[in-house]
Design a protein around this ligand. Structure first.
Ligand code: MN
Ligand code: MN
Ligand code: MN
Length: 275
C-alpha cells in the first residue's frame, strides 16, 4: 500500500488547494493520505470530501510547531478530530501569537524606514499563517533588498532586527493537544533538526515521556543509513513508524506526493493505530 502521511496545501504554505493535493496523490497511486498543514486544520474538510469521491483512504492531520530545549520541533498529529475544542482553542491562541509577532516585526522594520511591512506581508500571506518568509518577499517586492536570501541575512535571520522570538508551545503541550483531539503524535522529519545523536536521543526520551506515539522514520526519499538508524530508534524507544513526503509544491520534483521510500519491514506502521 502506498502511504503518504505528511503534506501541505494552500491552507498553510503549500501551493495546491486541498482538493488538488488529493487528486495529485491519487494520480500518483497513493492509497492513504494525511493532509498535515502547519498549525491549521482548515484544509481538512475539503480534503476529506475529495478523498471520499476518489475512494481514497484519508487521515485528518496537522503539523504543529513546538519547541524543545530551544530547538524548533515539528510534531505531526494523525487521525485527529479537527473539530475538537481543545485543539481548536490551542491553535487559535497560536495564531493570535503569530499575529502579534508579525506586528512586532513590522514595527521594528518601520524603525529602519521600511514602511507598511506588516500590511504588505499580511497581503502576501493571504490565508496562510504569517511568517518571516512573507516579510522577506515584501522587502524584495519593494526593492528594499535584492532577494529572499539577503532579506534574511540583513534583516530577518537569526540575531537580526526582525528576528522576533516566536513563542512556540512546548513539545509536551503539543503532544497533549493532539491526544486531546483523539490523534497520534509523530515526531516529524527527525533528520531536519541537525541534532547530535545524543541530543536526538534526549529528544526522543522526552517525546516518549510526553506520550509521543511515532517517529517519521521515512521523510521523502532519504539515505538508507538514516532510515536504518531511525528504525533502530523506534525499537529502542518503543515507538511506531510513520512516513511522508512533506510535499509542498509540484515544482519541486524530488519531493512529490507518494514519493516516499517504503518503511522497513521491522517497523510497526503508525496506521496500525487507526486503521
Ligand atoms: Mn512548510
Ligand atoms: Mn516540518
Ligand atoms: Mn511539513
Amino acid at each position: 500500500m502506498k502511504v503518504d502521511l505528511h503534506c501541505h496545501s494552500l491552507a498553510s504554505d503549500g501551493a495546491l488547494a486541498p482538493a488538488q493535493v488529493l487528486r495529485r496523490a491519487h494520480a500518483n497511486g497513493v492509497q492513504m493520505l494525511a493532509l498535515t498543514d502547519h498549525d491549521t486544520v482548515a484544509g481538512v474538510p475539503e480534503a476529506a470530501e475529495t478523498a471520499k469521491a476518489l475512494g481514497m483512504r484519508f487521515v485528518a492531520g496537522i503539523e504543529v510547531s513546538s519547541q524543545w530545549s530551544g530547538v524548533g520541533i515539528h510534531v505531526v498529529g494523525l487521525a485527529i478530530d479537527p473539530d475538537n475544542e481543545i485543539l481548536k482553542a490551542a491553535l487559535d491562541e497560536q495564531s493570535r501569537k503569530r499575529e502579534q509577532r508579525g506586528v512586532e516585526i513590522g514595527r521594528r522594520l518601520a524603525k529602519l524606514g521600511f514602511e507598511d511591512c506588516y500590511e504588505g506581508a499580511k497581503k502576501i500571506a493571504g490565508d496562510s499563517e504569517l511568517g518571516r518568509p512573507h516579510f522577506a518577499r515584501y522587502l524584495v517586492n519593494q526593492g528594499y533588498v535584492e532577494n529572499h536570501g539577503s532579506a534574511f541575512d540583513k534583516y530577518l535571520g537569526a540575531g537580526k532586527v526582525g528576528d522576533v522570538k516566536s513563542q512556540w508551545p512546548e513539545l509536551d503541550e503539543v503532544v497533549s493537544w493532539i491526544h486531546a483531539a483523539g490523534g497520534y503524535a509523530v515526531l516529524a522529519h527527525p533528520d531536519k533538526y541537525k541534532l547530535t545523536r545524543m541530543k536526538l536521543k534526549r529528544l526522543l526520551t522526552d517525546f516518549k515521556a510526553a506520550g509521543g506515539d511515532a517517529i517519521e522514520v521515512v521523510s521523502g526519499t532519504q539515505n538508507r543509513d538514516i532510515t536504518g538508524y531511525f528504525t533502530r530508534l523506534c525499537e529502542e524507544f518503543d515507538l511506531y513508524a510513520s512516513c511522508g513526503s512533506d510535499f509542498h509544491n509540484p515544482n519541486t520534483q524530488w519531493c512529490d506526493l507518494g514519493k516516499v521510500d517504503p518503511l522497513p519491514k521491522s517497523c510497526r506502521p503508525v496506521w496500525q493505530l487507526f486503521c
